[in-house]
Write a protein that binds this ligand. Structure first.
Ligand SMILES: [Zn+2]
Length: 387
């Protein structure tokens, strides 16, 4: 791993997509333009997003997931045997459609805009999941780079759908094996390319723990069949550890948030990381990338018994608000985290991406830029004090 200055600033993954990019994405998905034509347009969007991050003082940059429909559905275009299906279409296969529709409305979920990568045949990777993304990113920045990947639990739970997937895989367990292999190959390939930081996104874990028991999550419609939360968390730990087993030479992280699909804070989940931590700590990764700007994430005291055991990617700005956090505010928050982490264990990032789903930007590029700038200023102050 590259040596690191204190309090490195990084993103969680996605960046707001310009309207012309979303339009091109839909045209490509509808077969109106080729992948090459789409990539030509997406290249421009990635360059803009790199520029914003570099100008803001971000130390470890991402490509803003500009080529992705969302942070996990994009695998459909990289793997055969999967089909991109909008949540609205999946409803036809649900046992309790009326209830699900009610949930989506209450949660402010754009059911037609959010798509899941559903397994409909044996899956097979064509040429990795993010090789195009990483090559372009690394060719256009000298900074360290981070690559977010869908975590194995998320990918399994969002892609296995009874009535659609069971013809190819008799059980979820059978598919799990393939998904682990797919992600493990990807992590190794990214490490070999020189990527500095690989992040596995597992946002649905908060749904497992904090969601209403009867609530089907829209990202994992099949989760209605989930077992009790501890069994699900154990499964997530097992899968993550199988993916990363024995892999070194790259920083590995897991990101868990409480949802990032709406600016309405009242519809997003609330609750601290306490119930999840015993499991997250069992994951053989260097860093937990967590929300802490939103009060919904609860208190940091939950780290008391796990102090200094892992790095934290500390969420210090809320990607969904118009107000730009002040550097002073961020410094104060980091000082709180210093009760439980050493200075060299703290990375600074927003709570989540700025555009998790293609049609739901959480903020404008300008506000995202100003928020990252504030994080950078805070990092500089902290470096003076703790360097
Ligand atoms: Zn997130």
């Amino acid at each position: 791993m590259a040596s690191q200055k204190l309090f490195p600033v990084t993103g969680v993954g996605s960046w707001s997509r310009p309207p012309w990019l979303v339009q091109a994405l839909r045209r490509w998905q509808d077969g109106e333009i080729t992948k090459d034509e789409f990539d030509g347009i997406a290249d421009e969007a990635v360059l803009l997003c790199i520029k914003y991050q570099e100008d803001a003082g971000v130390d470890i940059v991402t490509d803003g997931e500009q080529r992705r429909d969302n942070f996990y559905s994009f695998v459909v275009s990289k793997v055969s045997g999967m089909k991109l299906m909008p949540v609205s279409e999946l409803m036809d296969y649900m046992t309790n459609r009326a209830r699900f529709e009610e949930v989506l409305r209450a949660l402010d979920v754009p059911a037609f805009a959010i798509k899941s990568p559903i397994v409909v045949d044996k899956i097979k990777s064509r040429n990795g999941l993010t090789m195009d993304e990483v090559d372009f990113l690394m060719a256009h920045t000298d900074r360290q780079v981070k690559m977010p990947l869908p975590g194995p639990y998320l990918l399994l739970k969002s892609s296995y759908f009874k009535g659609l997937s069971d013809k190819a895989y008799a059980s979820e367990d059978e598919l799990a094996e393939e998904i682990v292999k797919l992600l493990r190959d990807e992590v190794i390939a990214l490490r070999d390319k020189g990527v500095d930081f690989i992040q596995l996104d597992e946002p649905t874990l908060s749904q497992v723990v904090l969601g209403e028991e009867s609530t089907e999550t829209f990202m994992c419609a099949a989760m209605a069949t989930r077992k009790d939360p501890s069994e699900e968390l154990e499964l997530a730990v097992r899968l993550v550890n199988q993916v990363v087993d024995g892999i070194d030479g790259v920083r590995l992280g897991v990101h868990v948030c409480r949802g990032n699909w709406s600016r309405r804070e009242d519809v997003l989940l609330t609750g601290n990381y306490g119930p999840m931590l015993p499991y997250l700590m069992e994951m053989n990764v260097d860093q937990l990338v967590l929300e802490y700007a939103t009060p919904r994430a609860g208190e940091m005291e939950v780290f008391k018994e796990y102090a200094q055991q892992k790095e934290i990617g500390l969420g210090v700005v809320n990607p969904r608000t118009d107000e730009v956090e002040s550097p002073q505010q961020i410094v104060a928050q980091v000082k709180q985290a210093l009760q439980y982490f050493k200075p060299e264990q703290i990375f600074l990032n927003p709570d989540c991406g700025f555009g998790t789903f293609a049609e739901r930007n959480m903020n404008t590029p300008n506000l995202a830029f100003r928020k990252l700038q504030a994080v950078h200023e805070a990092a500089e102050e902290l470096r003076k004090e703790f360097g």
